[in-house]
Design a protein around this ligand. Structure first.
Ligand code: SIN
Length: 288
């Protein structure tokens, strides 16, 4: 098989044309897809009218799937491998807990000791306009730093927090941030990570980083803000305009992303995500 690819932007991403991800695929054919995934950071498959089971099955080709124990409220009750990202109200009419998922620049599961290798997001419903997602190429962001800045950040670890959204758990009344902190204590991750498969260095930062280990928040904030601003310069970014039945897979080890609130919140935006477990990284910080 020779893969038909169409680049999505200058910075990253490619559309894979003419593939039905629900059909059986040989190891060789999947190998081509995986090589393209490593090369482009993001792959888009359009027009994939697939079931939840098929979404999970295709995702498993990329590696072992997370059962989302770190985000128990957002996973599907019958399919723990699926994380709901939806603004559809709950059956009792209360707002969805996951309606603001991903609104900060982040790399998936960076607040755990097994940050995600990849994520596969399936678009089930999207408003007529908006509901886009931005992705940044963190190799490019790292490469563009000065030698001085690369030296400065080489040994730094950023402390990543989960659940910074201010939503109360409707059953316990405990704010989500507190609940998340109990399940997921803060984890320090290297600010520069070497991609385990390509060997390239990438910036590993985002808006879930509270401070650098060994430094105060006040000292850390200007550098965190600078690095996030730098990494999200337009030339490093791709903007995904979703269509129903899009399946997008991204490499969390060399990209970060942000879901935008650029849509009418009364319109349904419903996405479902699988998360592929990555290699162990980081350490828990007691006083994060
Ligand atoms: C996520 O951060 O996994 C969700 C992204 C999105 O909803 O666009």
């Amino acid at each position: 098989m020779s893969l038909k690819l169409r680049r999505l932007s200058y910075a990253l991403g490619a559309e894979v044309c003419g593939i039905d991800v629900s059909r059986p695929m040989t190891e060789a054919a999947f190998g081509e897809i995986y090589r393209a995934f490593l090369a482009h950071g993001i792959l888009l498959f359009r027009d994939q009218a697939i079931t939840r089971e098929q979404h999970i099955e295709f995702s498993r080709r990329f590696g072992e799937l997370d059962r989302h124990d770190a985000l128990p409220r957002d996973r599907h009750p019958d399919h723990p491998e699926l994380l709901m990202v939806t603004n559809e109200p709950k059956p009792d009419g209360s707002p969805s807990d996951s309606r603001y998922t991903g609104r900060q620049w982040h790399s998936d599961m960076s607040f755990t000791m097994e940050p995600a290798l990849g994520s596969l997001l399936r678009c089930i419903a999207v408003p007529e306009v908006g509901g886009d997602t931005l992705f940044a190429n963190m190799y490019m962001a790292y490469d563009a730093l000065s030698e001085g800045m690369k030296k400065l950040i080489a040994g730094l670890h950023g402390i990543h927090l989960s659940g910074t959204r201010k939503i109360a758990n409707t059953e316990t009344g405990i704010p989500r941030a507190e609940e998340q902190k109990r399940i997921n204590p803060p984890v320090a991750q290297p600010v520069v990570r070497v991609h385990p498969e390509t060997g390239r260095k990438a910036l590993y930062i985002g808006e879930k980083v509270r401070r650098f280990d060994g430094m105060t928040e006040e000292e850390s904030k200007p550098l965190i803000d600078y690095l996030v601003r730098h990494a999200t310069r337009p030339e490093f970014v791709y903007r995904q305009h979703w269509r129903k039945n899009d399946v997008l897979v991204w490499d969390n080890r060399c990209t970060m992303h942000q879901a935008l609130g650029d849509f009418d919140e009364t319109r349904l935006r419903h996405m479902e995500r699988t998360t592929v477990l990555g290699t162990p990284s980081g350490y828990v910080v007691a006083n994060g």
